[in-house]
Design a binder for this molecule. Structure first.
Ligand code: GLA
Length: 383
């Protein structure tokens, strides 16, 4: 996107010269459905961005517009709606509401949003708009808020205002991403470890172009099942507060004591946490064979134990297996459609993308979108 042009379009609409912020979407390399279990994830920010342009207004109005999404929204900062309105502006409104609840004085503002993160593809378009909006709104005041804190506020906006019970992974990596690196994040302490991705690898993201309706309902069901698992294990050890605290040994010991579905879900989470930590070490050591093995196990576990994959994702994952330069792949994000992420040697990335598109389309009749990405920096001000 041409930033100068975006700025001019803002000037054309509002008559003032804006400040511009941009926040990235993400892929998750491994550690899926572990963030809301206080576990480990390993995402990387990728080069799809949401841009937010902003200027202060003399009154107490918040005016939100976008060139891609319809509607022009106007709210009085003194009377922000307490809950979602059902429109895309909810992501901005949610952030404004949470910032106010945390005592930040917001100024009236004109805002223009331009989103390039594919929507509904599991690449975290909502976190990108929330994070960029939070920085934009805060820029009009003088409070300095640390990026991990902004990530927490955005998660709250999503949980309490938009009404999606997501974890911290997406806003965290959109805030804290680092070019050339994945982040191994401990979702309990929020301590990040930056893991360098070998320079000759590309992140090839394959969009199945499907999003099954199940996604939101099933996400909440999985969360509830994990909570039930915690209750079961807490009976054996009262120190257990989250599935993060369950060891593989304890899991094994009680394989027959838990309802079978709950046990399968717990099994995925406990072993996925271990896989995320192991994959970070293997990636840092350049042991790509091990990374590949762990990503494969992760996908199988999401497919068979956590049951959040779907036919299209499985086809996309299998299509990669024997292609030259392939160093590991799996579904990424919540599941039931969206994308797979693949680590591919740079020199093979073009051919890999072409072959994946051909194979997937032959098997499903759907033309996928394939993006060749690198890990990027998190949110920043552009002007
Ligand atoms: C979605 C949520 C994340 C995370 C993933 C699954 O992307 O937004 O918080 O739970 O699903 O790993």
């Amino acid at each position: 996107m041409q930033v100068a042009e975006f700025s001019q379009r803002f000037e054309g609409l509002f008559g003032t010269r804006p400040q511009i912020f941009r926040a990235p979407g993400r892929v998750n390399l491994i550690g899926e459905h572990t963030d809301y279990n206080d576990g480990f994830v390993m995402p990387a920010a990728v080069g799809f961005f949401t841009f937010v342009a902003i200027t202060a207004r003399p009154d107490r109005k918040l005016v939100i517009r976008s060139e891609q999404f319809s509607g022009s929204f106007e709210f009085d900062l003194g009377h922000l709606p307490p809950q979602r309105t059902g429109d895309w502006c909810d992501y901005v409104l949610g952030v404004a509401t949470v910032l106010r609840q945390h005592g930040h004085q917001l100024a009236g503002a004109d805002m223009l949003i331009h989103g390039e993160v594919p929507i509904g593809a599991g690449l975290s378009s909502s976190a990108a708009i929330e994070v960029a909006s939070a920085l934009a709104l805060l820029s009009l005041g003088d409070a300095k808020v640390a990026l991990p804190e902004i990530a927490k506020l955005c998660r709250q906006a999503e949980n309490n205002f938009v009404g999606a019970r997501v974890g911290i992974m997406d806003p965290f990596v959109s805030c804290m991403g680092k070019a050339g690196h994945a982040i191994l994040l401990d979702c309990r302490s929020l301590e990040p470890q930056f893991i360098s991705i070998p320079a000759n690898l590309r992140l090839v993201v394959c969009n199945t172009m499907v999003k099954h309706d199940l996604a939101t309902g099933a996400y909440n069901t999985r969360r509830a099942e994990c909570e039930e698992g915690v209750k079961c294990f807490a009976k054996y050890d009262p120190r257990i507060r989250a599935l993060r605290d369950v060891s593989p040994d304890l899991l094994e010991q009680h394989a027959r004591d838990l309802p079978p579905t709950i046990w399968k879900r717990c099994c995925h989470v406990v072993l996925e946490n271990q896989r995320a930590v192991d994959a970070a070490r293997a990636l840092a050591d350049g042991d790509l064979g091990r990374v590949r093995e762990l990503m494969r196990e992760s996908h199988r576990s999401l497919r068979d134990l956590y049951e959040v994959s779907c036919r299209e994702l499985d086809i996309m994952v299998e299509a990669a297996e024997d292609l030259p330069g392939f160093c590991g792949g799996r579904m990424t994000g919540g599941g039931f459609g969206g994308c797979t992420v693949n680590l591919v040697c740079q020199e093979n990335a073009g051919e890999f993308a072409a072959k994946m598109a051909e194979r997937y389309q032959r098997a499903t009749g759907i033309a996928p979108h394939i993006y060749t990405c690198s890990a990027e920096d998190g949110v920043r001000a552009l002007s």
